[in-house]
Design a protein around this ligand. Structure first.
Ligand SMILES: NC(=O)c1ccc[n+]([C@@H]2O[C@H](COP(=O)([O-])OP(=O)(O)OC[C@H]3O[C@@H](n4cnc5c(N)ncnc54)[C@H](O)[C@@H]3O)[C@@H](O)[C@H]2O)c1
Length: 253
């Protein structure tokens, strides 16, 4: 029960790493406020949490829209009385619409930024005052290895949104340190989730061979790192970036 009675708001809760985090956090005693743009997927996550004896509510939410996030934060507080953990996990990676700068389409660039970066801004805008009321808390922002290494085939809106999240997290860590709020970034390497559904078995095998630890990450590998950052076990860690990539970074990409 490493998160006993800590209420966790998790974005992108419908699948992949967000769903894994909902299940892991709930197992450790956290009531879950699950946000997702995909209502069927989000409701399914909530049902899975409840089936295992956990507590969760679903909030339909496109995190790009301030008022939808505001409503979701209010719904979470109404359901569980407070918020202690904000986990900004939702993002989109659009291989067919997000390119290098010379091919950038403004509407696509803006939409990616609205989801991947501004989504976290809105969650913090309405969530941080709730953490302060609760006496402090933990913010976890998911960036990406691509913000550190770049993609070989550029998806610059995605990469830039993740780079900016690092700066946002550092700012939150300093500005709210004396509110007893910690803010940290996770950089996942390749994770086997619906985001990477275009990978066939051959591609997965090639990626696994490239990763020093010899396998793709599973969503639970990232959720376990988030669990540590959400729990009091990391109470002296703020403004940090944890790379969860099986060793790709130290190998030099
Ligand atoms: N999978 C990887 O290889 C990988 C690598 C590095 C970083 N990441 C990052 O990890 C995080 C989780 O990724 P994943 O692999 O679980 O992705 P995923 O696509 O499997 O799941 C993302 C979830 O976010 C939701 N979502 C999308 N747009 C939304 C919006 N506007 N509002 C609310 N919810 C929205 C989706 O419906 C989905 O449930 C993301 O921030 C991603 O950028 C993933």
């Amino acid at each position: 029960m490493r998160l006993k009675d800590k209420v966790a708001l998790i974005t992108g809760a419908g699948m992949g790493q967000g769903r894994a985090a909902c299940l892991v956090f709930a197992r450790e005693g956290a009531p879950i406020v699950a946000l997702d743009i995909d209502a069927d997927a989000g409701q399914e996550t909530v049902a899975l949490v409840q089936k295992k004896g956990g507590e969760a509510i679903f909030c339909p939410c496109d995190v790009a829209f301030e008022e939808q996030v505001q409503k979701s934060v209010a719904a979470g507080v109404a359901a569980f009385g407070r918020l202690n953990i904000l986990y900004n996990n939702a993002a989109v990676l659009w291989r067919d619409k997000d390119f290098g700068v010379t091919a950038t389409i403004e509407a696509n660039w803006n939409r990616v930024m609205d989801i991947n970066l501004k989504g976290a801004v809105w969650v913090c805008k309405y969530g941080v005052p709730e953490l302060i009321k609760a006496g402090g808390g933990s913010i976890i922002n998911t960036a990406s290895l691509s913000a550190l290494l770049g993609f070989t085939v550029a998806q610059d809106a995605y990469t830039c949104s993740k780079g900016a999240l690092i700066s946002l997290t550092r700012s939150l860590a300093i500005v709210h340190a004396r509110d007893n709020i910690r803010a940290n970034t996770i950089h996942p390497g390749p994770v086997d989730t619906p985001m990477q559904k275009q990978w066939d078995e051959e591609t997965k095998k090639a990626i696994a061979e490239w990763v020093p630890l010899g396998r793709l990450a599973q969503p639970e590998d990232i959720a376990n790192c988030a669990l540590f950052l959400a729990s009091d076990e990391s109470s002296y860690i703020t403004g940090a970036e944890i790379v969860v990539d099986g060793g790709i970074m130290v190998k030099g990409g």
